[in-house]
Design a binder for this molecule. Structure first.
Ligand SMILES: [Zn+2]
Length: 335
């Protein structure tokens, strides 16, 4: 998905039999898809993915010139979960009122650091001072301060600051200074998101329901239809619906995770104009006397696939029946 337009510009369909396992499919498909885009001459500057270790390795070793970013939403969500779990312990219950602001602080650190990893870490780690009620501090001879406005005496008195020696503070500090987290944060400096891709994966289920089995060509064609549908309806220029008076339409919904009512925009109805366009092009092609049709040819290239996804060879029907009946009758024969 192109980040600026939210249009899907390429896809790879893999069958599990093409890789050694379903886990191994991801790096295989990723590399293939990226190569295809690069071979088209598209200049890829930044790629945002999840934190899958094998993708990290591919990016680090094979594409060091492309910036690799992670979605802050996933990382912030994971951190929030850890903090909630810690605050459920009796000795760390003072963390509970801070969960939301710490998560917001992570977002803020990512979205304001403008690509500077060092600055992002400095902003994130300033939390260890602020949360104890200290808003100016010294580090290696340099004086730093929080970015927020000065707090009133009343605010400074009533906020539930953590004591530096409390188990809550120690638990939080060890979570926020976790080396893996600090490493991940350095790849979140551009504040890139993958949420729109999840919207697509959800919509893909309409064309490829998981309960139905499709052969490779059908699966590929269905993916293509889903992409055309997405590109027509979910790019960045989709408009918010408006009322008769011309005001933007919104809906108020209850969010389960935050336990809050929030206002969400209502978009204009989706359209399926691509279908008309597709049918018209099929008919035009059919009527074109210069195009020769062969009933057996397929326009979808199918890679060489094994007949099934089994990891061991299929037994003969007789063998299968025999092993089934011997297993089934086994215990009764012993009686
Ligand atoms: Zn502060």
């Amino acid at each position: 998905m192109d980040d600026s337009t939210k249009q899907i510009v390429g896809f790879e369909l893999m069958q599990v039999s093409q890789a050694s396992s379903s886990v191994a499919m991801e790096p295989l498909g990723f590399r293939k898809g990226l190569e295809k885009i690069l071979n088209e001459g598209i200049d890829v500057k930044v790629i945002t993915t999840d934190r899958h270790p094998s993708i990290r390795k591919i990016m680090r070793e094979e594409y060091p010139h492309i910036i690799h970013q992670f979605d802050p939403w996933h990382v912030a969500k994971g951190f929030k979960k850890k903090m909630v779990a810690a605050s459920n312990r009796r000795e760390c219950k003072d963390l509970a009122p801070w969960v939301r602001s710490v998560s917001n602080h992570m977002w803020w650190s990512c979205c304001t650091s403008k690509g500077d990893a060092k600055e992002l870490l400095r902003r994130w780690m300033s939390l260890q001072h602020h949360i104890t009620g200290v808003h100016r501090w010294e580090e290696n001879g340099t004086e730093y301060r929080c970015f927020h406005q000065d707090l009133s005496a009343q605010e400074q008195r009533t906020k539930r600051w953590l004591n530096v020696n409390s188990p809550s503070f120690k638990a939080l500090k060890s979570m926020m200074m976790d080396t893996r987290l600090l490493k991940d944060l350095q790849q979140m400096t551009l504040f890139k998101h993958t949420g729109q891709l999840e919207v697509f994966h959800n919509a893909l289920l309409k064309y490829c329901p998981k309960r139905l089995h499709f052969q490779y060509p059908a699966m590929k064609a269905r993916n293509m239809l889903a992409i055309m549908d997405h590109n027509e309806n979910h790019s960045t220029d989709r408009e918010q619906a408006s009322t008769a008076a011309g005001d933007p339409r919104t809906n108020v919904v209850f969010k389960k995770q935050s336990q809050q009512w929030v206002s969400v925009p209502i978009y204009t109805e989706t359209t399926q104009m691509f279908r008309d366009d597709l049918m018209e092009r099929v008919l035009k092609r059919r009527l074109d006397p210069s195009v020769k049709f062969k009933a057996t040819s397929s326009h979808i290239q199918v890679p060489h696939l094994s007949a099934n996804i089994a990891s061991v060879p299929k037994p003969s029907k007789e063998e299968a029946i025999q092993s089934h009946t011997s297993r089934f009758k086994g215990p009764s024969e012993k009686e």
